[in-house]
Write a protein that binds this ligand. Structure first.
Ligand code: SAM
Length: 171
């Protein structure tokens, strides 16, 4: 198995959030609307990633939403160096608010598309988390594009963890 992709979560159809263009009010209500499901998954991803996060890790929270994966990381590793990215400016604003409220250091944000992380150099991160950030709604080819970008920005011995949706087949 490729060490960069050790684990792949499959989930039920939890909600349709990825097809919504998030607005500020949407992102502030995010946890209520998602029934905390993304936090539950995030905490499991952060706890089980191997090699584990250390003080020298550099982590991408890809399609970060309001920063829930980052928050789970910071709970355990307050000094962790994190870049959090999302296509939605409202979500990035939420994440920035969280950084300010929690007074986190070593954390930056950027408004980026998971299919095109071209602002980020190759071989940058030791860990990449993409929690419910693919597929991109309306883009049936997004899976390979997102995977290629994750692979590109990972360091040689880096590790990625991805969660995605699973649904029942319609007849
Ligand atoms: C279900 S949420 C998951 C958010 C977060 N990872 C979490 O654990 O809560 C999906 C996120 O993907 C973002 N998103 C949708 N399309 C995107 C794209 N093409 N590039 C980057 N982010 C995107 C949305 O703005 C939203 O924040």
């Amino acid at each position: 198995m490729n060490p960069k992709f050790p684990l792949y979560f499959r989930l039920g159809q939890l909600f349709q959030a990825m097809s919504i263009k998030p607005t500020s009010s949407y992102s502030s209500n995010y946890e209520r609307m998602s029934g905390n499901c993304t936090r539950i998954i995030s905490s499991q991803m952060v706890a089980s990633i191997n090699p584990p996060i250390t003080n020298s890790s550099y982590i991408l929270d890809n399609a970060c939403g309001p920063g829930i994966v980052s928050e789970q990381i910071k709970l355990v590793h307050p000094e962790a160096n994190i870049m959090a990215t999302d296509l939605s400016p409202a979500m990035i604003e939420e994440t920035k608010n969280l950084i300010k409220t929690e007074n986190w250091s070593n954390m930056a944000t950027d408004t980026l598309d998971v299919r095109d992380l071209s602002n980020i150099k190759d071989n940058t991160f030791s860990h990449v988390f993409t929690n419910l950030g693919l597929p991109v709604p309306g883009d049936p080819d997004s899976g390979p594009k997102v995977t290629k970008e994750i692979y590109r920005v990972l360091q040689r011995n880096g590790v990625a963890m991805v969660s995605t949706w699973a649904g029942e087949k319609s007849s």
